[in-house]
Design a protein around this ligand. Sequence first.
Ligand code: NIG
Ligand code: FE
Length: 409
Amino acid sequence: MVSTGSTTEGFGSTAGGLGPPGRGSPGRGPTVLVTGIGELLTGDPQRPTIRGAALVVERGRVAWVGEAGHAPPADSAYDVGGRAVLPGFVDSHSHLVFAGDRAEEFSARMAGQPYAAGGIRTTVAATRAATDEQLTAQVARLVAEMRRQGTTTVEIKSGYGLTVADEARSLAVAQQFTDDTTFLGAHVVPEGSTPEEYVDLVTGPMLEAARPFARWIDAFCEKGAFDVDQARTVLEAGMAVGLAGRLHASQLGPGPGVRLACELGLSAVDHCTFLTDDDVDALAQSGTVATLLPGVEFSTRQPWPDARRLLDAGVAVALATDCNPGSSYTSSMPLCVAWAVREMGMTPTEAVLAATGGGARALARDDVGRLVVGARADLAVLDAPGHAHLAYRPGVPLVAETWVAGRPA
Ligand code: NIG
Ligand code: FE
């Protein structure tokens, strides 16, 4: 085995950036031993955390995980100096393709105005007026922001174009950054259309134009957006041409969207802020993940979603940012973890698992969100001895390094 250098220094004293010469740097040989891991959160139910851990990366994947003392030989080694390592965050819900911001709307809300989905139209106007280059630069900026905070997988929706051409180009922009692109033509009904005309457009020419650039189809099932029949029509049209469904529901009040998502067997239903007992039962009996988006509740002064109630009922829960300029302009998964712990009844471990493996499940991905043999070697290295510090030290930039497929990103 290649020398890994000292592991006796406290975390924070080694492994800045790519690692100083002589301590080993990632990616030099076919196998890299990442060692000196104070606490490794694997996401593997058989062995959720390992202290004094190491892992081996080979061709971008995890090839071995265990106690550092039992690590196999590797071509090079990289010592993280006692830091905690967890799977990179899987942010399964974002709306990054937009122009402009709505800081004034936020300030008005903080002065007592309620959130209204109609604000989406302000962003639609700005997005339509932006060039492709401006939209691409905006997504690049936000994805870079996410990376710095430990996110290694992101889903990106359209939904601020709402014309055939603007939805298709939004998805083409998003596809430059992720395979998990979502067609959300059914975000709101744009000015100048009736709901009936617009649903026909979304399920006809817009779907046809969006399809080559999208993996998922989504709709906003809520008063003021699309009712349950319209949402069903949109989802079924997308699913009929090979897209997989996910849904926004129960953000602003209780409604039938969560049960629709469970009935259609969708991977995830997102928001879930206002749930009835029937909704919770339906979620518990289905494989549908409830994705909670605490940035929305922070930014709209709504009640926090009750994660404890869902977990106690056996529902699979994910956490995501919903990064968008209206209801949740944060790119920070660590902050979502902290809110979920403080305000939503989750333990630190439950929250981090929801932000990693939970997000992966919401995206029907088994290659990310866990650090087990065969998974993509996506890591968040924390300037902290354990994952609980993400909630214990809220707002502190604890992510020292983010690795995607075995390389610092
Ligand atoms: O997920 N709920 C619908 N869409 C976004 C909000 C979009 C906006 O306000 O611009 C959401 O919260
Ligand atoms: Fe959303």
